[in-house]
Design a protein around this ligand. Structure first.
Ligand code: TYD
Length: 213
């Protein structure tokens, strides 16, 4: 974590999972959480959008399929508002208290979805991301990578209804996937790209090896 105050400098505690829906990132976030819990570490797992009372309300607005009129900028600002609340209310206090914080999605999701997918100007995305997080950056981010065909396959297999974001078309999701790959490539120090088609237990082992806890 590049979170630095005058009195405190904490390291290697903030871990994020990124990727397209159906990539298996939430499963991996949960597995890592369970593993750290079993090792008696202080750890919390949160998700975006959500994770606080206020953020969960914002999540509901964002994912509600009946909100057809939502403008791209409204969408981005709502994700950012939810993120700010979660960061200030939960993530920062927990990091200060020495917890491992695992977050299922963080600002890279906005860059991929609202930036590369939704075409909000990257400079605006970057600026608002920084404002919403007050520059808090994860120490390590895992991109669980699958291609759009695999996403479609898993989507059909699950048979679950789609939320407002999932209901966007295939070309949108293709851009999001490419966006995530670009983000990971340009932030090599922070990102680890994991092949999401591998067996979930093998992925978990790979992640544990990287985390070294
Ligand atoms: P969620 O049900 O949490 O799904 P997932 O398992 O894919 O994380 O839904 C969150 C949706 O919101 C998901 O489609 C990705 C999208 N999203 C954005 O578009 N921008 C963001 O900044 C975040 C955090 C999520």
């Amino acid at each position: 974590m590049k979170y630095c105050t005058k009195t405190k400098y904490l390291k290697n505690l903030f871990i994020t999972f990124e990727g397209i829906d159906r990539s298996g990132k939430s499963t991996q976030a949960q597995k890592l959480y369970d593993y750290l819990k079993k090792k008696k570490k202080k750890v919390i797992l949160v998700r975006e959008p959500g994770g606080t009372g206020i953020s969960e309300k914002i999540r509901h607005i964002l994912l509600d399929k009946t909100n057809r009129k939502m403008f791209s900028l409204t969408e981005f600002l709502l994700f950012s508002a939810s993120r700010h609340q979660l960061t200030e209310e939960i993530i920062k206090p927990k990091l200060k208290a020495g917890y491992y914080v695992i977050c299922d999605r963080y600002f890279d999701s906005s860059t991929a979805y609202q930036g590369y997918g939704g075409k909000i100007n990257t400079k605006i995305i970057e600026t608002i991301n920084k404002i919403a997080t007050k520059n808090l950056q994860p120490d390590i981010s895992f991109l669980i990578d699958i291609d759009v065909k695999e996403r479609q396959r898993r989507l059909i297999l699950s048979g679950r209804g789609k939320d407002r974001m999932e209901a966007k078309d295939i070309s949108y999701h293709q851009k999001v996937i490419s966006g995530f790959r670009k983000i990971a490539r340009t932030n090599k120090k922070r990102f680890k790209i994991i092949d999401g088609k591998k067996d979930k237990e093998d992925i978990h082992i790979e992640i544990k090896k990287i985390i070294k806890i």
